[in-house]
Design a protein around this ligand. Sequence first.
Ligand code: SAM
Length: 202
Amino acid sequence: MSEANSNRPKWLKAVDVPEGKSGDWEVKKTQKTNSKTGKTRRNTHLICCRHTIMADIDSEFLGLDPFYEHLKGQILITGLGLGVAVQGALDHPAVEHVTVVEISPDVITLVGGHYQERYGNRLTIVQADAHIWEPPKGVKYDAAWHDIWPTETHACANDWLEVKNLQRHYEPWCVWQGSWPKDAIERDKAAKAQTSTTVPES
Ligand SMILES: C[S@@+](CC[C@H](N)C(=O)[O-])C[C@H]1O[C@@H](n2cnc3c(N)ncnc32)[C@H](O)[C@@H]1O
């Protein structure tokens, strides 16, 4: 029996990128069975130098909700990873085309081909550093989603600076931009403000 990922937004599906290795990168499948419930959880992991960069697990999916609300027309994504965001965007009926900027040729080899085959000319994968790459003249993206940070980063101050820089860089080409570190930091701030204004009960 396959366990339904209850917290996952309905628009996001597990990925079916095949296992493989390229350079320091690896795509690996895991399967764990809960001895109490008998339910089996299958996941796909993107690993670099033995560190998991990304997996199609619930916590990874949760941050993508703000992106979904802006999905239509032309989309820009920085960071291919396992292609969770790419798949979610291209499965949306209102999305015409997705451009992905990915720095690693190995990730493109391992993951990119799978999606290119599935989505054809609705998907363009650009191998470049997202901090430097510039979209072609005259292009306008309805939404951009930035995710070039490994899972372990946990939205630290440096990410926030990088987010701001990336957003500034793509400002001329994008109607809306989002990223999970930005949302995580804003959620953290809101939670702290809430705690500091809560009067303790006597
Ligand atoms: C956490 S993964 C992205 C996960 C992806 N959003 C998904 O849905 O599966 C981060 C990706 O960003 C890429 N990356 C890191 N730095 C980058 C940069 N400067 N420019 C473009 N891609 C970058 C990594 O190689 C990796 O593939």
